[in-house]
Write a protein that binds this ligand. Structure first.
Ligand code: FAD
Length: 470
């Protein structure tokens, strides 16, 4: 047994409760050195998620201080930083919670091999998911490609109970030097947007837990009916917290189970949505190419378009199609977008504008504060038709019809589109404060004419699809 310090390398697990790695470290009785590294993988994040990550790191650093611990911040390639910290602290090894995206897997595999070769401990823990992707298998021993059987297989699986946050953790007598978080300028690319989007963030573990509690005390009762209505606050809004690990998924799952067992209608549907998150990770683990290329290779020859003026108007929420523009503006103002509308803006881009889903995926990765590598990739490929269990390409969402069905009173469209109301509200106007000045747009301009006629766009998409299948 050793009493050497342990470096706890935090990444997307910025919480104290439901934290298997931290619980094991406390049980070991060894002093810990919590560290967060701004490495090239973090550097590569889009503007909004990188900025939001900075808020998460700041909140987590404060939470650690409450336990008498200091979060050491360092910049550089992970292995080099960890080696330097080991030399400075005399640590016996490094522990971390597992991630599953291809870039993190490649980095972590290299770090683990190098540390082990040097005779050091390198241990990874579960914590980001309910089930490790390799623990869920079909009857034939393969992985699931379709959600419903995945859900049937995992719905009743035992999920370990979340560990409570530790009361005491042994720290170091002398802490290593740390960078200053402000010096990293994680929000640099957000420019004007940061001030606006900041109003909509609920940062840190306490805020996430409060949100979960409020959701399960109220909206969950009508979640099954309300979750599709973007004008209503009918969903948990936990994606922002789950993606940085500000709340543990096992804690959310068990809270959902309790709500279901207490008879709250909607709780079962909520658990099912959590399983969609799991499924996206299951797919990313087994088919990592889902993040970079068509999951179904037969789509490789589809005549997707790349950049165009129409795409730029889509990004700017200026397509002239109100439900689509409202969604893109919601993302610019709040950092997230309602799930129903993500599907509609995605369908519009990949079908009416015949644009490659990768263009949309990249824009979301730049703008979403809840950006998640697995959910974003699965969502885009589902919408485009190129992914597993996808909506068939010929099922083209009609944004006008969708608006009538899911935003019948136009509340959502008016909330985000200033040009459609005489007295625009705070959020509609905030869009113009958040966007780059170089876009040169103002709320008193006329709302743009549609960039594409819906019937013509649909016909062109179906013709391209027909030609591909001819
Ligand atoms: P709730 O309805 O309260 O659901 C609870 C949780 O379940 C969510 O927080 C999320 O973790 C999970 N969940 C719900 N729906 C899905 C889904 N369809 N796929 C995967 N997980 C789901 N989600 C992200 O977290 N990050 C992304 O980058 C992302 N990109 C998307 C891109 C597209 C094109 C589409 C169609 C969907 C995408 N989603 C993404 C999924 C979904 O839109 C969001 O998870 C959801 O809107 C978050 O709101 P909520 O927390 O209120 O969800």
């Amino acid at each position: 047994m050793t009493d050497k310090p342990l470096i706890l390398w935090f990444r997307r697990d910025l919480r104290l409760g439901d934290q298997p790695m931290l619980a094991a470290a406390v049980a070991s009785g060894r002093p810990v050195v919590p560290v967060f590294i701004q490495d090239p993988e973090t550097e590569a994040l889009g503007a909004a998620p990188k900025w939001r990550l900075g808020l998460a790191v700041a909140a987590f650093s404060k939470a650690l201080e409450g336990l008498g611990l200091r979060l050491t911040l360092r910049r550089g390639a992970a292995l080099e930083v960890l080696r330097a910290l080991i030399a400075e602290t005399g640590a016996g090894g490094v522990w971390w919670s597992r991630l599953y995206d291809p870039a993190s897997v490649a980095r972590d595999t290299g770090v683990k091999a190098a540390l082990k070769e040097a005779g050091l401990e390198a241990r990874s823990f579960a914590g980001h998911l309910l089930h490790e992707p390799w623990d869920v298998q079909t009857g034939q021993g393969g992985f699931y490609r379709v959600f419903t059987p995945y859900w049937k297989a995992t719905r009743g699986m035992v999920v370990a109970a979340p560990e409570p946050a530790p009361g005491r953790v042994r720290g170091m007598e002398v802490w290593p030097d740390s960078d200053r978080l402000e010096g990293w300028r994680l929000g640099a690319a957000m420019n004007r947007g940061a001030e606006v989007v900041a109003r909509y963030q609920a940062v840190g573990e306490d805020a996430a837990r409060a949100k979960l509690g409020a959701f399960l005390d109220g909206p969950v009762a009508r979640y099954a009916e309300m979750r599709d209505l973007p004008g209503v606050a009918g969903t948990s809004r936990l994606s922002e917290n789950l993606t940085y690990g500000e709340i543990g998924i096992r804690e959310v799952w068990h809270a959902g189970l309790r709500a279901r067992d207490e008879g709250r209608a909607g709780a079962e549907s909520f658990l099912r949505e959590l399983a969609w998150r799991e499924f996206s990770y299951h797919l990313m683990h087994h088919t990592p190419q889902i993040t970079t290329g068509n999951w179904k290779p037969e789509w490789d020859n589809f005549p997707w378009r790349g950049e165009s003026d129409a795409v730029e108007r889509w990004r700017r929420g200026m397509t002239g199609e109100p439900f689509v523009d409202a969604g893109l503006r919601e993302m610019y103002v709040t950092g997230t977008m309602h799930n129903r509308v993500r599907m509609i803006v995605g369908s519009y881009l990949t079908k009416h504008l015949l644009t490659h889903w990768k263009v949309g995926l990249a824009w979301f990765a730049d703008c979403l504060t809840d950006w998640d590598p697995a959910a974003n990739a699965m969502g885009w490929q589902w919408v485009a038709g190129s992914g597993p269990d996808a909506a068939p390409y010929f099922r083209v969402f009609n944004p006008a019809g969708q608006a009538e069905k899911f935003d019948a009173d136009a509340r959502y469209r008016r909330r985000f589109i200033a040009e459609l109301t005489k007295q625009p509200g705070r959020e509609a106007l905030a869009f113009f404060d958040a966007v780059p000045r170089s876009w040169g747009i103002r709320p008193d301009q006329a709302y743009p004419r549609p960039v594409v006629d819906l019937a013509a766009g649909r016909a062109a998409a179906l013709a391209a699809y027909g030609a591909r299948n001819a």
